[in-house]
Design a protein around this ligand. Sequence first.
Ligand code: PRP
Ligand code: HPA
Length: 176
Amino acid sequence: TDKRIEDIKKIIRDYQDFPKPGVLFRDVFPVVKDPSCFKKLTDLLVEHINSLPEKVDVIVGLESRGFIFGPIIAQALNIGFVPVRKAGKLPGELIQVEYSLEYGKDKFEIQKDAVTEGQKVVVVDDLLATGGTMKAACQLMDKVKAKVLDCLVVIELTDLNGRQKVPYQMSSLIKY
Ligand code: PRP
Ligand code: HPA
């Protein structure tokens, strides 16, 4: 595999029993702290998106850590970024979906006109665990009638089988 992936993997930190007993938390922030490593990571994400058979119109990022990777990728691709946020944070007319995640429950929202019917999107987040978050984001994309070309995360926790819940193409750079 790509040497860059090995370099990134080396600096992802593990925390046992965070935020709850039994959860092994993978912390991606040390990658962001290291500029050459972060560059390798964003390059890999951009290369992945450029390898998709269709041209992407919009990058959709999921709160909170999808906001770290989404805009920098969108900028590199010269396309726009749109946030999906936890309930109560976005103004205007919204579309909402409820979801459950590895350690809790939440609601996601997107502005009604942020993505228009037929636009081709890639949904970006830092990590796939149970897949509840990505599934909810896909449901939002269905509601706005966007076409999801790919769901893209940096880290996939494969033991949790999250990708089984995701109704569209699911891609990850690093698997544990
Ligand atoms: C984490 C992570 C993903 C999601 C993955 O976010 O950043 O978005 O959980 O879990 P799942 O696949 O089981 O749904 P979290 O909900 O902790 O929110 P945060 O990014 O705002 O901290
Ligand atoms: N790391 C970071 N975020 C997460 C994790 C994890 O292991 N599991 C669910 N969200």
